[in-house]
Design a protein around this ligand. Structure first.
Ligand code: FAD
Length: 400
C-alpha cells in the first residue's frame, strides 16, 4: 500500500480543514460537554449540531455508498478525514448506527430494511444501542437467555440485558434473543431490531462511582416485535452478531489507531506533559532518559499501529469483511491505549489523583477520567482474554 497522499487527497484535506475552521470557532469547546464519556448522544447540543452538519455533507458515514448517505470515500480519504477530525479534537463521537448497524444491514438486511433504517442512521434520526450482554452471558455470549416466542407475525420478548451503553438515550435497539434451546448454543439465536418506544421495554440506569451513568439495564416484559425486524434468518443471529462484532472490534481499534493522530497534530501530548510536570526548573520529566525512552517507544508503537490499521482498511475496501483478525487489532489497540494512559498518569504524578474539587485543573481531571475509562476498552466488545482465545483458535488454528 502507498501511504503517500495524492494532490486530490490533499485537496480533500483542505476542504475538511476549511469546514472545521468554519464550524469550530475559537472557544467552541466551552459549548461542548467535555466531561461526558463516549457517545454522540452524550455530548450535548453542540455535538449533535456538529454531527448534523457532517451528515448533511455525507461525512457522517463517509465510507458508505452515496445511495446510503455516504461519500464512497477511498481508504486514504478516510485516513485524511479521521486525521483532521482527530487533530481538531472534533466531537465526532461514537455512533453505533454508523459503526455497526449500517454495515450489518448492508450485509444481511432485506431491501426493505435497508431503505427503512439506513437513511435514518445517516440523517441522525435514529440513534442505536447494543443489547448483547446479560447478567449470566458476557464473555460467553452464546449463553444468552432473553426469550423470543413466536406469536403469528410477531415475537414476544422477555428477559433482561445489562451494560447497555446509552440505552436511556437511544431510539432503537439491536438485540440478540433466544428463539430456541435446540442444538448447539450458537443456534437458536436471532438478531432483532426493536423500537425503544415499544410497550414493555424499560431501562434502569446503572450508576457508576463517578455519579455518571453511561450504562443501563434494559428489561423486556412481553414486548411484541414484528418478525419483519429480524436481520438475517430466524435462528441465524449468531452469524450476524459475529460480523457485527468484527465491525465493533475494528471500529474500536480504528478509534485508538487514530488516537496517535490527535496527538501528532499538536505535537506529542506525551512530550508536552513530560515538559510540563515536575521540575519546572530543569525542563520537566522530559530530561529523564528513562521517560524519554518510554515516550519514544509509545509514540513509535502508536504510529506503527496507525499504519497497520490503515493497511487493513485498504483490504476492507477491497470487499473483505472484518473477520477474526479484527480481534488482533482490538486487543492490541485497547492494550496500547491503556499503556499510553498509564504513562500520562505517571507523567502527571500526584496531579493525576484528582476527581473533582480544588487543586486540579480541567485537563488534569479529564485525563484522570480518560485513564479510568481506558480500562473499559479492553472489556467492551469482548475482553482481551476472549480476543486472545479467538486469535488462538480462529487465526492461528490452535486446538482447544
Ligand atoms: C465500557 C463498556 C461498555 C459496554 N457496552 C455494552 C453495550 O453497549 N452492550 C452490551 O451488550 N454490552 C456492553 N458491555 C459489556 C461487555 O460486552 C461485557 O462486560 C464483556 O463482554 C465481558 O462480560 P462480563 O462483564 O460478563 O465478564 P465475564 O464474562 O464474567 O468475565 C469476567 C472475567 O473472566 C474472563 N473470562 C471469561 N471467560 C473466559 C474464557 N473463556 N477464557 C479466558 N478468560 C475468560 C474475562 O476475560 C474477564 O476478565 C460493555 C462493557 C464495558 C466495560
Amino acid at each position: 500500500m502507498d501511504f503517500r497522499f495524492t494532490p486530490e487527497e490533499e485537496a480533500f484535506r483542505s476542504e475538511v480543514q476549511e469546514f472545521l475552521k468554519q464550524e469550530l470557532k475559537p472557544g467552541w469547546e466551552d459549548a461542548f460537554d467535555a466531561e461526558s464519556e463516549l457517545g454522540v448522544e452524550a455530548h450535548g447540543e453542540f455535538a449533535r449540531n456538529f454531527n448534523k452538519k457532517l451528515s448533511e455533507r455525507g461525512w457522517l458515514a463517509i465510507a458508505w455508498p452515496e445511495e446510503y448517505g455516504g461519500k464512497n470515500a477511498s481508504v486514504m480519504q478516510q485516513v485524511v478525514y479521521n486525521e483532521e477530525m482527530a487533530y481538531a479534537g472534533a466531537p465526532v463521537g461514537f455512533n453505533m448506527g454508523v459503526a455497526w448497524v449500517g454495515p450489518s444491514l448492508m450485509l444481511y438486511g432485506t431491501d426493505e430494511q435497508k431503505q427503512e433504517f439506513i437513511p435514518k442512521i445517516t440523517n441522525l434520526e435514529h440513534t442505536w444501542c447494543t443489547l448483547y450482554s446479560e447478567p449470566a452471558a458476557g464473555s460467553d455470549l452464546a449463553a444468552i437467555q432473553t426469550k423470543a416466542v413466536r406469536d403469528g407475525d410477531d415475537f414476544i420478548i422477555n428477559g433482561t440485558k445489562v451494560w447497555t451503553s446509552y440505552a436511556d438515550q437511544a431510539d432503537w435497539i439491536f438485540a440478540l434473543v433466544r428463539d430456541s434451546n435446540e442444538g448447539k448454543k450458537q443456534e437458536g439465536i436471532t438478531f432483532l431490531l426493536i423500537d425503544m418506544e415499544t410497550p414493555g421495554v424499560s431501562v434502569s440506569p446503572i450508576l457508576l462511582i463517578s455519579g455518571k451513568s453511561p450504562f443501563c439495564e434494559t428489561h423486556f416484559q412481553d414486548v411484541r416485535v414484528p418478525i419483519r425486524n429480524v436481520i438475517g434468518k430466524i435462528g441465524s443471529g449468531w452469524t450476524v452478531a459475529k460480523a457485527l462484532l468484527g465491525h465493533e472490534r475494528s471500529m474500536i481499534s480504528d478509534t485508538f489507531g487514530a488516537g496517535g493522530a490527535k496527538d501528532r497534530g499538536k505535537g506529542s501530548r506525551l512530550v508536552a506533559l513530560a515538559r510540563e510536570y515536575v521540575g519546572e526548573t530543569d525542563g520537566g520529566r522530559v530530561s529523564d532518559p528513562v521517560v524519554r525512552d518510554r515516550i519514544a517507544e509509545a509514540e513509535m508503537e502508536t504510529r506503527a499501529f496507525g499504519l497497520t490499521v490503515q493497511r487493513s482498511r485498504d483490504a476492507a475496501k477491497a470487499g473483505h469483511q472484518p473477520g477474526p483478525e479484527s480481534s488482533l487489532f482490538k486487543v492490541y489497540a485497547t492494550e496500547l491505549n491503556k499503556r499510553r494512559h498509564e504513562l500520562m498518569v505517571q507523567l502527571l504524578g500526584p496531579q493525576a489523583l484528582g476527581w473533582e474539587g480544588e487543586g486540579f485543573d480541567d485537563d488534569e481531571l479529564a485525563l484522570t477520567r480518560d485513564w479510568l475509562r481506558s480500562r473499559g476498552n479492553s472489556i467492551e466488545g469482548g475482553t482481551s482474554e476472549i480476543q486472545l482465545n479467538i486469535i488462538a483458535k480462529r487465526v492461528l488454528g490452535l486446538p482447544d
